[in-house]
Design a protein around this ligand. Structure first.
Ligand code: TRP
Length: 296
């Protein structure tokens, strides 16, 4: 029988928000529930050190918080095909990482687009940060012994922007196999339609540092307050103004991501666009939808 392995992970840097759900956890759940794969979900606490090395309390707390959020949304390591892996606790991973560093070339790593962008932002990048594209390859191949069948593969669900990382992982596996004999099954990206959520302020990204998140673990009253304060269409001043109910309006974007009744959402969107619906009504609906969704 063909063994299909899925490995994916997240840096553990704090409690998770709705953006993590839409961008990652929702896809992970789908793969888990399809039960066709051996699933490894990685709590990347070592990778969290690439940017948060100065805050050990936060690091310890973050692992617990992330694991709790994973459990809350329904990832379930009590299923035989599902495994949570705490990255720092796998000694062989460091060994593999150190060896991969020897066949990885500095010039290749420096061409990685994510690394390039980040280096422009971070002026005091650590050596660990510079090496993370290689270290991440060790995550992927540590769960992947030499294939028994020729179509065995390791799938890594990622967003479009992570594809260069995975291409590099393939290059390293092939180089290693050429030098030392067949050892690794080259991995393949599993690029799904990954959603993105803007922040509650309508900014491009939901991010803790921008203060525009709704956490998976926020109490209902906090969700209410945050939604009531959400950015909508700035030109929709009075209920009778025609409003923008496209995804440029974060309230509608969230309803499209979380409301189980999408037909109703599109009806409301039409009313809103006609100037027949006020912000408060749509916000009230979103509060109910989000609090129902998080009723674990
Ligand atoms: N880089 C991912 C993130 O930023 C986390 C991660 C670490 C990962 N190792 C991985 C993802 C291996 C996929 C495969 O959250």
């Amino acid at each position: 029988m063909t063994k299909k392995v899925v490995l994916t992970g997240m840096r553990t840097t704090g409690p998770l928000h709705l953006g993590h759900y839409v961008g990652a956890l929702k896809q992970w759940l789908k793969i888990q529930d399809a039960k066709k794969h051996e699933c490894y979900f990685l709590l990347a606490d070592v990778q969290a050190l690439t940017t948060h090395a100065n805050n050990p309390t936060l690091l310890t707390r973050s692992v617990i918080e992330a694991a709790k959020d994973w459990l809350a949304v329904g990832l379930d390591p009590s299923q035989p095909n599902v495994h949570f892996v705490l990255q720092s606790q796998v000694p062989e991973r460091y060994e593999l990482s150190a060896l991969l560093m020897m066949i990885a070339r500095y010039s290749e790593v420096m061409r990685n687009p994510t690394l390039k962008t980040e280096l422009e932002r971070q002026k005091n990048a650590s050596m660990g940060f510079m090496a993370y594209p290689v270290d991440q390859v060790a995550d992927i191949y540590m769960v992947n012994p030499y294939p028994v069948n020729k179509d065995d593969e390791i799938l890594v669900p990622v967003g479009e922007d992570q594809v260069p990382h995975l291409e590099y992982a393939r290059i390293l596996a092939k180089r290693f196999n050429r030098n030392y004999g067949r050892t690794f099954t080259p991995c393949k990206p599993l690029v799904g339609k990954v959603g993105r959520l803007v922040g509650t302020d309508g900014q491009t990204k939901m991010s803790k540092s921008l203060g525009n998140t709704i956490q998976l673990s926020d109490p209902a009253a906090t969700v209410k307050k945050k939604v009531m304060g959400m950015f909508t269409d700035p030109n929709h001043l009075r209920m009778n103004d025609p409003g923008d109910s496209s995804n440029n309006n974060p309230v509608f974007m969230y309803l499209r991501a979380f409301d189980p009744n999408q037909d109703e959402v599109e009806k409301l969107a039409a009313y809103y666009a006609n100037g027949d619906l006020g912000d408060v009504s749509v916000k009230r609906r979103l509060i109910t939808v989000l609090n129902d969704f998080r009723r674990w």
